[in-house]
Design a protein around this ligand. Structure first.
Ligand code: HEM
Length: 148
C-alpha cells in the first residue's frame, strides 16, 4: 500500500496561486494547478477555496457529480498532517489510519434532488381535473334537460 505524503497546513497554505494551487478536501491534499483552466466552475473559485484553507465545505455545497469526485483522485498528492475531520468535514483518517466518511458524504450530497414542481403547479392539476369534471357534469345535465 502506498504511504500517503503528509503536508502541514502551513506548507499547504503556501500554494494558493494560479501557478501553484493546492486544495484541502476531506483531509486530502489536491494539486489542481493544471486543472485550474479546465475546471467547469472556473479557476477563480478554486483559487478562492485554496486561499480560504479548507475547501471541503465549498466543494460539498456545489454538489459535484460522481464524475467530478472520481476526477479528484488524479490530483491527489497526499493528506493533511494531523487532520481531524469532525462532524462538518467527514473524510477524516480514523484511528486505524483509513480515510472514512468523505466519499460517502460526498455521494449523498451530490445526488441532486430534482426540483419538484412548485406548489402552484401541484394545485393547478387537481383544480383543472375538477373543473373539467364539473364542466362535463354541468354540460351533460343542462344538455339533457334542454333536449327533454
Ligand atoms: C479537485 C477538486 C475539484 C474537481 C475535480 C472539480 C470538478 C468539477 C467538475 C467536473 C464540475 C462540472 C460539474 C460536475 O460534474 O459536478 C465542476 C463544477 C463546479 N465546481 Fe468543481 N471541482 C473541484 C473543486 C471545486 C471547489 C473546491 C469548488 C468551490 C470552491 C468548486 C466549484 C465548482 C462550481 C461552482 C462548479 C459549477 C457548478 C455548476 O455550474 O453547476 N469545485 N467541478
Amino acid at each position: 500500500m502506498q504511504v500517503s505524503q503528509k503536508y502541514s497546513p502551513s506548507e499547504i497554505s503556501l500554494h494558493t496561486t494560479k501557478k501553484d494551487c493546492w486544495l484541502i478536501i476531506h483531509g486530502k491534499v489536491y494539486d489542481v494547478t493544471t486543472f485550474l483552466e479546465d475546471h467547469p466552475g472556473g479557476e477563480d473559485v478554486l483559487l478562492q477555496a485554496s486561499a480560504n484553507g479548507d475547501a471541503t465545505q465549498s466543494f460539498e455545497e456545489v454538489g459535484h457529480s460522481s464524475t467530478a469526485i472520481s476526477m479528484m483522485e488524479g490530483y491527489s498528492i497526499g493528506v493533511v498532517e494531523g487532520y481531524k475531520g469532525g462532524a462538518a468535514g467527514g473524510g477524516a483518517p480514523n484511528t486505524k489510519g483509513a480515510v472514512v466518511g468523505g466519499p460517502v458524504r460526498a455521494r449523498t450530497l451530490q445526488q441532486r434532488q430534482p426540483q419538484t414542481s412548485s406548489g402552484f403547479l401541484d394545485l393547478l392539476l387537481p383544480v383543472l381535473v375538477l373543473g373539467l369534471a364539473f364542466g362535463a357534469w354541468y354540460y351533460l345535465t343542462f344538455y339533457s334537460k334542454a333536449k327533454a
